[in-house]
Design a protein around this ligand. Structure first.
Ligand code: 4AD
Ligand code: MG
Length: 480
């Protein structure tokens, strides 16, 4: 028995007229009284492999089993194709339908389906061209991320998913508990007695691996975590998920400027990697976006995907302070004309994505890194600047996305950090281990978090974050 050849390999075959076994799912078929043409896909490539069945050679009843969506195995000859649209095809000698697909029930027909519809059939959407392309690009990006850090001497740290600290302040958390919700044990004060819970304390799903990855950083110097993070905010937007993946590097001896350099180098590396390794899928996604935006007026259409990626590679990210950005925004046309949904009041205003996108898309026309945010709107662990008002935070802002990265230099001074923790009212008993790093050999250090699905949105040109993760989790949705 010949081994299965992946369709990607079959399509790239140089020598033809060889015996071959291919297996996959039928995407489409057509034919006449003499031949049947089947388009077979096994996920290895965007392209289908054409299988030709000579009706005389095969049992008619068996051929009837072939429908869109069925799975099959074919032994045949890989030959040069005379038809248009492919260079090679397989002349079937024997075949077997492995799994039937009821033609009346199968929801994924060989036609264009809306992304909303594909989301409803999340169990099957991997079989669509769009989702296949996204799946391959997503994998390439995961691989590139680990490669980038490996080549630079970073260690990957698995930070915990269940956490006992609720102090990052990055968002609402999901409770983790094995107590009976109908009848939880109560303490004397009438509150739930979490000392009787599984971990002996209140626990949640993590919003970020940062605090723990900082601990590793204080010995290993260059570390990163890449894991799932959870935020229970009720934000039903095209850029928010309740469960998303985040890449968080943390580097000892780096300051905020090194941090910005690393973020820019990292993003450019990933975009270059996608261009170098995912060409076919990106070209398909570029075409998809063109079709989607056809009905829009020209001025509202986005740049073609590949051009946009090249453009970001070629630009130096604009670096400026939050205070400078506020000035630009206040003087901007949309602010003057009252076109922003959220007013830019001045220093202290938390920037919304409409403001971030204005800076990137209209004002600078390239990615932007903002630093020096007011300490009140940023997390407690960020390094306090000498002005007493701002912290060494940085947000990287991208076209169409807004914030793609958030990070900072960390407060390395024990007293300053302790004071800030008290100011914002975090219970000290939860923070002892984090504070200890500043007691025992503290060093300047910095890090950031890249939202993996935000990166995926940018690289694939997709517009809804629910379409770049296999199984999206968002309010009222956890079906598949
Ligand atoms: O800015 P955030 O909240 O930063 C942190 O969590 C820090 N602990 C990171 C660090 O310094 N190590 O989140 C980082 C990034 C954002 O810039 C955004 O790209 C993404 O995570 N992000 C989300 N992506 C999808 N859905 C959500 N609900 C997201 N919230 C944040
Ligand atoms: Mg942020």
């Amino acid at each position: 028995m010949t081994r299965r050849t992946e369709i990607k390999q079959a399509l790239a075959a140089q020598g033809v007229d060889s015996d071959i076994v291919v297996k996959g799912w039928v995407r489409n078929f057509r034919g006449n009284n003499f031949v049947l043409f089947v388009a077979l896909n096994d996920g290895s490539s965007l392209q289908n492999l054409q299988i030709v069945f000579d009706r005389e050679k095969h049992n008619a009843e068996e051929l009837k089993k072939i429908t869109v969506g069925c799975s099959m195995s074919i032994c045949g000859k890989l030959v040069q194709s005379e038809g248009k649209g492919q260079t090679v095809e397989v002349q079937a000698e024997t075949f077997e339908v492995l799994g039937l697909a009821d033609a009346d029930e199968y929801p994924l027909q060989p036609k264009k389906h809306s992304l909303e519809f594909l989301r409803e059939i999340g169990h099957l959407r991997f079989r669509s061209n769009t989702f296949g392309a996204i799946t391959r690009v997503r994998h390439a990006m995961i691989y590139a991320i680990h490669t980038f850090f490996t080549e630079r001497g970073f260690y990957n740290i698995h930070t915990p998913i269940v956490t006992g600290s609720d102090c990052e302040g990055a968002g609402q958390m999901f409770h983790v508990s094995t107590l009976d919700p109908k009848n939880p044990p109560l303490a004397e004060d009438g509150k739930i007695d979490y000392s009787q819970d599984f971990f002996g304390k209140e626990t949640n799903l993590t919003v970020s691996g940062q605090l723990e990855v900082e601990l590793a950083c204080m010995a290993m110097s260059k570390v990163y975590t890449f894991g799932p993070t959870f935020r229970a905010e009720n934000s039903n937007t095209s850029r928010h998920l309740a469960e998303f993946w985040m890449i968080e590097p943390e580097v000892a001896f780096n300051d905020i400027h090194d941090n910005m350099d690393l973020a820019e180098e990292f993003l450019k590396y990933l975009i270059q990697y996608a261009l170098d390794h995912c060409r076919e899928d990106l070209e398909f996604l570029q075409e998809r976006l063109l079709q989607e935006e056809k009905s829009k007026p020209e001025s509202e259409r986005s740049m073609p995907l590949l051009e946009k990626l090249q453009f970001v590679l070629a630009s130096d990210f604009e670096r400026l302070t939050y205070t400078e950005a506020i000035e630009i925004l206040q003087k901007s046309k949309p602010a003057q004309k009252g076109q922003f949904k959220y007013e830019v009041k001045g220093f202290g205003t938390d920037l919304q994505s409409e403001h971030e996108r204005y800076l990137v898309e209209k004002h600078f026309k390239k990615p932007v890194i903002l630093t020096g945010y007011p300490k009140e709107i940023k997390a407690f662990y960020m390094k306090q600047n000498p002005d007493g008002k701002t912290v060494a935070a940085m947000d990287v802002l991208f076209p169409q996305i807004g914030e793609i990265i958030g990070g900072s230099e960390r407060e390395a001074d024990y007293e300053k950090l302790k004071n800030r923790i008290e100011e914002v009212g975090i219970p000290m008993k939860e923070m002892w281990w984090y504070l200890d790093t500043r007691r025992f050999g503290t060093v300047p250090h910095a890090g950031f978090g890249l939202g993996f699905e935000r990166l995926m949105l940018f690289v694939t040109g997709m517009t809804n974050i629910r379409d770049v993760i296999p199984f999206p989790r968002y309010p009222k949705s956890a079906e598949f």
